[in-house]
Unconditional design. Structure first.
Length: 102
């Protein structure tokens, strides 16, 4: 079964899922994993002991595998990019606000 533009997300097509599906899937998995870690770190992460942090990130990396499969046909990576951008803007403005007050 070949992936076509009709049933693939724009990120999957951009990575070349039609020409080299294995390489494109691995790149999509890597992108989704990195973006998930960024979103988790910016939005939800708290200070944890090192072993607990390793366990959390290990489960996050494993959990990105089904997201990568969904990311072939659905805009998962694109949604994570938007979430990361919103959280980055929020953190920058929060930092500026705290800097002005104190």
């Amino acid at each position: 079964m070949k992936a076509t533009g009709e049933d693939s997300s724009s990120m999957a097509l951009l990575l070349g899922i039609e020409n080299d599906p294995v390489r494109a899937f691995l790149l999509l998995y890597l992108i989704i994993t990195v973006l998930s870690i960024i979103v988790f770190k910016l939005g939800f992460a708290k200070k944890l002991p090192p072993l607990k942090a390793v366990v959390i990130y290990l489960f996050l990396i494993i959990g990105c595998l089904p997201l990568a499969f969904f990311g072939i046909g659905l805009p998962v990576a694109e949604g994570l990019m938007v979430a990361a951008l919103i959280l980055i803007i929020y953190k920058v403005r929060l930092h500026q606000s705290k800097k002005e007050k104190g």
